[in-house]
Design a protein around this ligand. Structure first.
Ligand code: ACO
Length: 328
């Protein structure tokens, strides 16, 4: 049994190709102004044709291992959160395990869309605290561009590709590390955000492809309203349960879906925007990769110091939503 799990390294990777709002103006009926005003996004990254989700995950993971001063062989578990796996089978975590040469590690995926990284972090934290594992690589990685309908202006302007990773290690210091994780789901609202085709409900067929069912479908405005409501009460509850005030939080790292959702959540908490991590302008919504990329960038920018309280929160398909409180 270990008393806690602490983040000992972070890493992230963004593919080289930049797709700007102006590029999108040439592809669908949209404008740079509309996208910035409604979402806060200016550009996003797109994976090269020969890059898979596990390739992006591998780059982020190597960076996280380097920052922790650990070797891949020292890992005993790899958890990948993704909605855009390399293949339906095997898991992307197994592909990553092979690419890293992490031969001692068990490996599996977690599917909770944009909340996936926090769900994976909760699983890793539980396994470390139970004493079954000591060194767990937790990764969020997505190649959403392959599941995007590039004719649907209501979704294709939102998403980007990328990966982020953290190394979580067992510690006997109960005053630091993952202090609490809160996970929620409401499966009744699954239709608001889903990929209808390619699974057992609507197996791959010519008709399914013609009907464009292999792409992300979202009822954006309804999703937006549920997200704001759910996240506002989630962040308030997370602080209350841990006996903390907004002024105790050094940095809020929200899922980077929409600046208006982030502003609403921060305002409900009374959190000034200079203590909110933002990178969606450059990165867009990278689903499960969003929080670990933002966390790595915040750490590299010197925005997190030892013993700081960090609050993470996410909302996504499922519907799912989650938060985590970390003492760095
Ligand atoms: N360019 C120009 N106009 C557009 C575009 C576009 N790219 N997309 C939609 N519009 C139009 C619509 O057609 C609509 O026109 P109409 O009024 O003539 O019908 C108008 O803009 C308003 O559309 P809404 O969907 O009501 O716009 P809204 O203000 O809700 O913004 C958005 C849309 C950005 C998608 C927002 O609803 C949102 O961010 N939703 C939440 C997304 C989210 O958080 N998802 C969960 C995480 S993702 C995951 O889990 C994978």
């Amino acid at each position: 049994m270990h008393l806690s799990s602490t983040i000992t390294g972070t890493g992230s990777y963004l593919p080289e190709r930049v797709l700007t709002n102006h590029d999108l103006e040439a592809m669908v009926d949209t404008t740079d102004e509309w996208i910035i005003e409604r979402t806060g996004i200016k550009e996003r990254r797109i994976a090269a044709d020969d890059q898979t989700t596990s390739d992006l995950a591998c780059e982020a993971s190597k960076a996280a291992l380097r920052s922790a001063g650990r070797q891949a062989q020292e890992l005993d578990l790899i958890i990948v959160a993704t909605t855009t796996p390399d293949m339906l089978m095997p898991s992307t975590a197994c592909m990553l395990q092979a690419k890293l040469g992490a031969s001692r590690a068990a490996a599996f995926d977690v599917s909770a869309a944009c909340s996936g990284f926090l769900y994976a972090l909760a699983v890793a934290n539980g396994m470390i605290r139970s004493g079954s594992h000591k060194r767990v690589l937790v990764v969020g990685a997505e190649v959403l561009s392959r599941f995007m309908d590039w004719q649907d202006r209501s979704t294709c302007v939102l998403f980007g590709d990328g990966a982020g990773a953290v190394l979580l290690e067992a510690s006997d210091d109960k005053n630091r590390g993952i202090m609490s994780v809160k996970l929620h789901a409401d499966g009744k609202l699954w239709e608001l955000l889903h990929i209808p085709g390619g699974g057992s409900t609507e197996p791959i067929s010519h008709k399914m492809i013609e009907d464009r069912l292999n792409f992300i479908k979202m009822r954006g405005n309804e999703t937006f309203k549920v997200a704001v409501r759910a996240l506002e009460s989630l962040v308030v509850d997370s602080l209350k349960e841990n006996g903390l005030k907004a002024s105790d939080i050094a940095l809020l790292i929200p899922h980077q879906a929409n600046i208006r959702i982030i502003l609403a959540t921060a305002s409900r908490l009374g959190m000034p925007m200079d203590r909110v991590m933002l990178n969606l302008e450059r990165v867009g919504n990278t689903s499960a990769a969003s929080i670990p990329i933002a966390m790595d960038e915040a750490a590299k920018q010197g925005r997190i110091s030892e013993n700081d309280y960090i609050l993470l929160e996410a909302f996504g398909a499922g519907l799912t939503w989650a938060s985590a409180l970390i003492k760095w």
